[in-house]
Design a protein around this ligand. Sequence first.
Ligand code: SF4
Length: 336
Amino acid sequence: MVKTSLCGLTSDEILDLIIPLGYTRAHAISISNSIYKKSVCDISHIAKIPLRLKAELRNIALSGIYFPLASEVSVDKSIKYLFRTDTGKEIETVYIPDNKRNTVCVSTQSGCRMGCSFCVTARHGFRGNLTAGEIVNQIIALPQAAKVTHVVFMGMGEPMDNLENVLKACSIITAEWGLAISSRNITVSTVGIASGVEQFLLRSECNLTLSLFSPFGEERIKIIPAESQYPVQKTIDIMKKFPLRKKRRLSLAYVMIKDLNDTDLHLEGLKAILRGSSIRVNLLSYHHVSNDQNCSSSAERMQFFKHNLIVSGISASIRKSRGTDISAACGLLAIR
Ligand code: SF4
């Protein structure tokens, strides 16, 4: 008999599992609290449930928690972890400590099928979607699980290409019976699959960031092939029109490459597409990948962009890179 993995179930789904055994919602909440808040791997150690329920649960379920196979520590103390799911998919996860803010960057797919030219993940093909449990496990199975304050969906894969699992993972991460991390501290990144973005905005309260690269479609398509099917302007229009609840953040990630997308023309294009919206811009430096002549814009050029956007009424910031020495930065994740 195939046993059910508890990690990845909502409290309602756990309740459905134990109701036929004669147990209640309070027991379901105890189980979900043990799995998601305490990372309890052995069902015998689940707190606040009767011994008989533990015995019955062991017959039909597993915790579903499994630990990383390897890790690599950066000079800046970021740690990259390698996981292998029970179906053999390999994925990478990055833990990024920063004073009181401890962020986990999770993968949503093993590999990716979007084919962005600057991304190392894309070069290794697509090996499959992750389940909600496999996404959540990347947080609760870390040695630092209890310290995690923020989660970003910016690892391997395009979240909108695995939307249902991403939405379910977000609900487990934010729920009181789950990891109880505020939706304000969760950010999902996308290259802009418009239908997915629309659904995500409607069905989740988490933040969204759109990877732009260029404000010009004919230029963007060369770097982000998804542009041909999902023109970024349509996604930006959806983001602009969406009524924002207080403290929910919509942003654009703009990776800056010298002479390629950091000209004055690009700056004007960026201002034009964002005019009249509350979408923020995060400027990121480019991480050089092998066989590629590009290099990042200078710090001065990035400051120039930031300043100009701000004086035009657009919120902008420069994001620092973490974990570049262990290939754990944006666009560098790939199983080695
Ligand atoms: S940048 Fe993101 S969406 Fe593009 S190929 Fe890499 S992982 Fe996929």
